[in-house]
Ligand binder design. Sequence first.
Ligand SMILES: C[S@@+](CC[C@H](N)C(=O)[O-])C[C@H]1O[C@@H](n2cnc3c(N)ncnc32)[C@H](O)[C@@H]1O
Length: 228
Amino acid sequence: MNDKLWDNVDHYLESSLLPPDEVLGEASRASTEAGLPAIAVSPLQGELLHILVRLMGAKRVLEVGTLGGYSAICMARALPPGGSLVTLEVDARHAAVARANLERAGLAGVVDVRVGPALESLPRVAEEFGEGSFDLSFIDADKTNNPAYFAWALRLTRAGGAIVVDNVVRDGMVADDDSADASVLGVRRLMEAMGGEPGVRSTAIQTVGVKGYDGFAIALVGAGPAPR
Ligand SMILES: C[S@@+](CC[C@H](N)C(=O)[O-])C[C@H]1O[C@@H](n2cnc3c(N)ncnc32)[C@H](O)[C@@H]1O
């Protein structure tokens, strides 16, 4: 197994399963041209987020980490009429690219991009929308703050809703007990929080593909702990 094989398989699956998507293609191109890092979810991962939103019948989605709005477009397109997505981004330049991409996608009225450190925006979101007012929360920002983002997501996501956290495997480094890497430590503290949280069921899945070797975690809120 190697990265090239994972890339080939991802390209095969993408070309087999996903129709050409001008809007997402243009969002990727505009993000690259604006110099944004290539760290958005892959097309196949974006489609998984889209399917999750639809499976859940989600009407309100929270995202932490907007970048150029790729995942926001994938999820916002899955919302019913009247649905909305709030996405938090610290970098004003990223947010500007995202807003332009969302405008081109016809989603400017659906997605609310808020600029600032997420830990400053989240209390305002809680005040404005109220606790338990989101159906799905997607955490995909700086990994060091993952435990704090998860704590906020727990407050903001309704019982029966879900919290998805991206990049929890980090080339396998997550299993390194001796790691001093700040992002790895953030993910490990997240795993402790998810595993120790009564009232949620959580799992994490390792992934390979065009994004390398990584994985995502998902928690079902208000579901009671998994039996041990
Ligand atoms: C992995 S990218 C998000 C990718 C996006 N979800 C997608 O798939 O299209 C992470 C984003 O989080 C942002 N970010 C980093 N630290 C942040 C913070 N403290 N508050 C809000 N956003 C932050 C970064 O600027 C970056 O744009």
